[in-house]
Design a protein around this ligand. Structure first.
Ligand code: DX5
Ligand code: ZN
Length: 218
């Protein structure tokens, strides 16, 4: 069963508790929480205090995507604030293996994220250390962008590497996911689909989640 992780970047931040409950009731598996620092990506979003507040109101799995430079400075803080999964960009740190160990030692699941242009070879040697690999299908920084289809073969290649090495990390896809592009991701081997605008901009969150999750069956 494909997991769906609504990105609250597209939610109404003034009603965040209700927006999270609504997608939970609609069948969401994770809440995707996008942190942007205005440096690694050309935008600023939300951070530690918002995560801590949300943690008090929700028992959902909080999947925290750190789009920040040198994430090693902050991973423990995000886990203390309530992150269940922390993903860091390979492009944002010189010490990827170390930061992944830091996340695990602090008690969360760890994952690594690749921008659309970044090759899989950069993470080959940490695949045995991660719970999740997140492949970006847009250039990170903004919701509502167009899915970059040239990343689809990378999803399939990662799935093959996972099978060949008998590993069990989840493959998550983020950016421009809707019912049409979801089919490409699922068929290539994705397990978790992040969607912001394709859920929160729709009148029925349940219909939106169902149509993304079942995209490959139609
Ligand atoms: C982009 C973020 C995404 C974003 C996805 O930088 O990492 O999680 O919210 O939004 P949509 O689904 O609208 O592309
Ligand atoms: Zn994200």
């Amino acid at each position: 069963m494909i997991k769906i992780a609504p990105s609250i970047l597209a939610a109404d931040f003034a009603n965040l508790e209700a927006e999270v409950k609504a997608v939970q009731e609609a069948g969401a598996d994770y809440i995707h929480f996008d942190v942007m620092d205005g440096q690694f990506v050309p935008n600023i979003s939300i951070g530690l205090p918002v995560l801590a507040s949300l943690r008090k109101k929700s028992d959902m799995v909080l999947d925290v995507h750190l789009m920040i430079d040198q994430p090693e400075r902050f991973v423990e803080d995000f886990i203390k604030a309530g992150a269940d999964i922390v993903t860091v960009h390979v492009e944002a740190t010189n010490h990827l293996h170390r930061v992944l160990q830091q996340i695990k030692a602090a008690g969360a699941k760890c994952g690594v994220v690749l921008n659309p242009h970044t090759p899989l070879s950069l993470i080959e040697h940490v695949l045995g250390d991660v719970d999740m690999v997140l492949l970006m299908t847009v250039n990170p920084g903004f919701g509502g962008q167009k899915f970059i289809e040239s990343v689809v073969p990378k999803i399939a290649a990662l799935n093959e590497m996972r099978q060949a090495r008998r590993l069990d990390f989840e493959i998550e896809i983020d950016g421009g996911v809707n019912a049409e592009t979801a089919k490409l991701c699922i068929d290539a081997g994705a397990d978790v689909l992040v969607a912001g605008s394709a859920i929160y901009n729709e009148p029925s969150y349940k219909d939106a989640i169902d149509s993304i999750r079942n995209a490959s069956r139609v």
